[in-house]
Design a protein around this ligand. Structure first.
Ligand SMILES: *Cc1c(COP(=O)(O)O)cnc(C)c1O
Length: 409
């Protein structure tokens, strides 16, 4: 969020007050310019490599965001048939969509393959079934679990030995036996290490493991190193240095292609990196409760709209955009759900008054897509700002939306 000269906040010239006045509160707002910048940043870090970006769309599946990605030449990584269909509705060809499931029923894989998408196989039984079903007639990719622990916290690590994701690299011989038995055309190896990974080191370590395994496959066209880049959550936060990471990985990748004997594509599938910083959850203060122990700020939102702080203990920076010059005080920022839904504990904010607008930063990824109707609350509207114009891209829900699937009324 930027500031005008008089110190008030705005997004491309639109103030939180204007946005809430027009679209209601609470409200998810996305800045398209930020998404464009993130795509450009990733592309520039891997200049000189045959790079493909596959947006991991579980971070945010709003069709306007999917279309924006498509216009920028970004393709799609999906984890369910629902995401696949949304990708198609947004105009992606199935061939531009990768299906990276986790232990799904095999018919979901069949559906994706038959539609023309590429699938990342994540277990030996699925690989065996794939071989029996398709032989060498359809290509696939294999998700390798490199047994490396990295990520912001345990819940978002996906590549350590105890993780459920992918086929352990220790089972490489079994993988190769099945591939050989059914002549499966493995055109890519994939790994996704986890989320919120700041340093280049784990990415490089995992890339080395994957490239080492890759030597054993003869039909490769793609190396897919997943997502998980860390973005800034707190002011001054350490983030993934993309230029450094890009240089290191590109170097290894070029060497591998030379050894392998032909040029391959390098894929990444970031979610958070592309959309997190573009998004804000704008909320309105309902009550300021001065308790002997704490000052509580209640807002017109809760874990039903943004669950990351409660689920992962994640930090979201909060700005009181209504009182930028206010005296700083300590607050617990809490929701209106009948459950302990604490967004922030002992947080320093410019003095908060009833009716003030609190803006949550980094709300573009895993915000609306993890929201629910808990407490029979409606999901908020979503707005995309492009070239100074705010466009409604999802209306707020109504009671009819809540009742739509209930029978026997
Ligand atoms: C969730 C997911 C991603 C994206 O992770 P981010 O931390 O949002 O970058 C990438 N690949 C796969 C397979 C995923 O499941």
């Amino acid at each position: 969020m930027q500031r005008f000269e008089n110190n008030t906040y705005h997004l491309q010239g639109l103030t939180p007050e204007q946005l809430i006045e027009e679209f209601g509160s609470p409200l998810y707002v996305y800045n398209a310019a930020t998404i464009r910048n993130k795509v450009a940043e990733l592309q520039s870090a891997f200049e000189g490599v045959n790079l493909k970006i596959k947006y991991a769309c579980k971070a945010n599946t709003n069709l306007a965001i999917l279309k924006l990605m498509r216009e920028m030449g970004v393709e799609l990584d999906v984890v369910s048939p629902g995401e696949m269909e949304m990708g198609k509705i947004a105009g992606f060809e199935p061939s531009q969509i990768t299906f990276t499931p986790s232990g799904v029923p095999f018919w979901e894989v069949a559906q994706a393959v038959d539609a023309g998408a590429i699938v990342n196989i994540d277990s030996l039984p699925l690989l065996e079934w794939f071989g029996q079903t398709y032989g060498s007639s359809k290509p696939c990719m294999i998700r390798i679990k490199p047994n490396v622990a990295a990520g912001g916290n345990e819940k978002i690590m996906t590549a350590h030995a105890d993780s459920k994701f992918g086929i352990s690299v220790l089972l490489l011989t079994d993988i190769l036996n099945i591939v050989d038995q059914y002549q499966i055309k493995v055109i890519g190896l994939h790994q996704h290490t986890g989320s919120d990974i700041k340093d280049a080191a784990p990415f490089i370590q995992v890339a080395d493991i994957l490239l080492d395994a890759a030597r054993h496959f003869k039909d490769l066209e793609i190396i897919d190193l997943g997502g998980g880049f860390k973005v800034s959550y707190r002011p001054g936060d350490g983030i993934t240095d993309m230029q450094h990471l890009g240089a290191k990985i590109s170097d290894r990748f070029h060497k591998f292609c030379k050894e392998y004997g032909r040029p391959l594509q390098l894929w990444f599938e970031p979610g958070k990196f592309l959309v997190s910083e573009s998004g804000y959850l704008l909320t309105t203060v309902t009550v300021v409760k001065q308790d002997p122990a704490r000052n509580f700020v209640h807002i017109d939102s809760g874990l039903n709209h943004l669950i990351r702080p409660m689920m992962y203990g994640s930090y979201h920076h909060i700005i009181n955009t209504s009182n930028p010059e206010g005296e700083e005080k300590h607050y617990n920022v809490v929701g209106y759900i009948c459950e302990t839904d604490t967004f922030a504990t002992d947080r320093v904010l410019a003095e908060v008054r009833k009716g003030d607008i609190l803006a949550f930063m980094n709300a573009g990824a895993y915000g609306i897509t993890m929201s629910s109707n808990y407490n029979a609350r409606f999901r908020p509207a979503e707005v995309l700002i492009e070239e100074g114009q705010a466009r409604l891209i999802r209306r707020k829900e109504t009671l009819e939306d809540l009742l739509r699937t209930q029978e026997g009324l």
